[in-house]
Write a protein that binds this ligand. Structure first.
Ligand SMILES: Cc1cc2nc3c(=O)[nH]c(=O)nc-3n(C[C@H](O)[C@H](O)[C@H](O)COP(=O)(O)OP(=O)(O)OC[C@H]3O[C@@H](n4cnc5c(N)ncnc54)[C@H](O)[C@@H]3O)c2cc1C
Length: 470
């Protein structure tokens, strides 16, 4: 007879939740333990790449299914008891029970009936994040889209490919999702405006680097309106959006996409009395156990992570962390031991050929974290300047005054091959290298790939010189 030692219930069936589920089963099997893993997912998809949605909308990816790494059937074949279209509505920590309800028809038969209570020995919260929707007049009109789930992507694609004549798109939010969607809208032939209340696009960059993004976006034909707070949406008689109202007038719009950020989805956890940090994310220890609760775990967008440079908690809603944290959590649940080492805030994006990346702390962030900082910036090219296709790129390195410790770096490049260089900087920041060490590290060189001094190394050298002499 099967001996079940632990009943694990996981809420949320995407990156963090399914990584945890799979890794718990693998680890338990290796250790000869027996665990029963149940996953509750309110939507119709598992293990899907939200990161790929802008490229699907743009036309680079054919169908939603291409963005699904593992289907519910595949997970079930691996031994996971998966309940699709089932939402966790309440957690009772004392009774170790999750209350659930069936959300909608998903075309799946999971044998789960409405209002079932599910008991657990170990609970995992992997509920992700909630997109911020402005509480403004007209915000729920037809033609206004969020972009968090595959269903959101499908609904945007349906609008773009419908018989309705669409000429002008307005994207609200100039963060990475906003600019990726701006590219998609342009490639679908729409005149595209991006509106943001901040003074610059990509506020995760320093203002000087954000200014470069602005210049390049404008060269790409994107109408960028910064320092512009959206006040509402004008809606036609048929209920479809016709404009985005701003203090400078109404921007005509046949289609609006909202990309104004997300916050951790912690309602269930909060109502259960689990601890939230100052960032609004669930507080977890290095094993991803919820602080003060031995039988409750959490991972992904709903938690706060430890920032290795600022030494403070940070919410960084990225798939890269969700997958790693889920794996760490799963190892621990399966009877092994693993820890999540924290984040340094590395991120990368693009709009057409304009590439943007950052890691560590920007100048103001570093100051707020208590560092005295200098920076070094270089304008160079992606390849040797004499090679065909050499494109301009700018690198900024932020270092600690005196020690020259690498604190952060940012890259804006007008051509392919620039942004992924951030990974060398991320490694340097992660390992607390000094900028002069990065400047002399044995990085690769040949004319089609970089100038003889890679731009990253020149920026690091400049930052080091300033750090040691000022
Ligand atoms: C358009 C877009 C582009 C992105 N691009 C990138 C990128 O390029 N690089 C990158 O690193 N990251 C990117 N991200 C972020 C990345 O997708 C997320 O960080 C990642 O999906 C988080 O994984 P998660 O498992 O924590 O949460 P989610 O992926 O949000 O999964 C949470 C799941 O929990 C389910 N759920 C929530 N509440 C309940 C409940 N009460 N009961 C049952 N189920 C529930 C939800 O339906 C959802 O499926 C992008 C995100 C978007 C939206």
């Amino acid at each position: 007879m099967r001996r079940v030692t632990d009943r694990i219930v996981i809420i949320g069936g995407d990156a963090a939740g399914m990584s945890a589920a799979s890794q718990a089963l693998r680890t338990a099997a290796r250790g000869g333990r027996d665990v029963a893993v149940t996953v509750l997912e309110r939507g119709p998809w598992t293990s899907y790449s939200a990161c790929g949605i802008p490229y699907w909308v743009a036309g680079d990816v054919d169908v939603a299914e291409d963005l699904v790494a593992r289907t519910p059937e595949e997970h079930r074949a691996n031994g996971i008891d998966l309940h699709m279209g089932v939402e966790a509505t309440e957690i009772d920590l004392g009774a170790q029970v999750v209350q659930t309800r069936r959300v909608a028809a998903t075309g799946e038969t999971s044998g789960h009936s409405t209002g079932t209570a599910i008991s657990f020995d170990q609970l995992v919260i992997a509920t992700g994040s909630v997109p911020i929707r402005p509480d403004l007049p007209g915000a729920y009109a037809d033609g206004i889209h969020g972009l968090q789930t595959l269903d959101d992507g499908q609904s945007l694609l349906d609008a773009l490919t419908s018989a309705r004549r669409l000429e002008r798109a307005v994207v609200v939010g100039a963060g990475y999702i906003g600019i990726e969607v701006a590219e998609a809208a342009q490639r679908r032939g729409l005149a595209t405006t991006v509106v943001d209340m901040a003074e610059q696009p990509m506020t995760t960059l320093d203002p000087d680097m954000g200014a470069l993004v602005r210049t390049e976006m404008e060269k790409l034909g994107i109408d960028l309106r910064t320092s512009t707070a959206v006040e509402g949406f004008e809606v036609g008689a048929d209920g479809w959006v016709t404009g985005v109202v701003t203090p400078d007038g109404t921007l005509p719009a046949d289609l609006v996409v909202l990309g104004i950020g997300v916050r951790p989805n912690t309602r269930l956890a909060r109502e259960a009395g689990l601890p939230l940090g100052e960032t609004g994310g669930l507080q977890v220890d290095r094993r991803q156990a919820v602080v003060g609760h031995d039988a409750v775990w959490a991972a992904g967008d709903c938690v706060e992570s430890f920032h290795r440079v600022s030494q403070r908690p940070a919410v960084v809603a990225l798939g890269t962390h969700a997958n790693k944290q889920g794996r760490v959590l799963g190892t621990n649940l399966g009877g092994g031991y693993d820890t999540f080492p924290g984040v340094v805030g590395t991120a990368i994006t693009k709009v057409h050929d304009l590439e943007i990346a950052r890691t560590g702390l920007g100048v103001d962030e570093a100051r707020r974290a208590g560092f005295d900082v200098v920076s070094g910036t270089v304008e160079s090219t992606t390849t040797a300047g004499y090679m065909p296709g050499a494109s301009p790129m700018t690198v900024k390195v932020v270092a600690e005054r005196g020690t020259a410790r690498m604190l952060g770096a940012q890259i804006v490049g007008a051509g392919p091959g620039s942004a992924k260089r951030i990974d060398a900087c991320a490694l340097a920041v992660w390992n607390e290298m000094h900028a002069d060490d990065l400047a002399m590290t044995d990085l690769s060189y040949a004319p089609p790939f970089s100038p003889v001094w890679d731009p990253v190394q020149i920026a690091a050298r400049r930052a080091a010189e300033r750090a040691r002499t000022s």
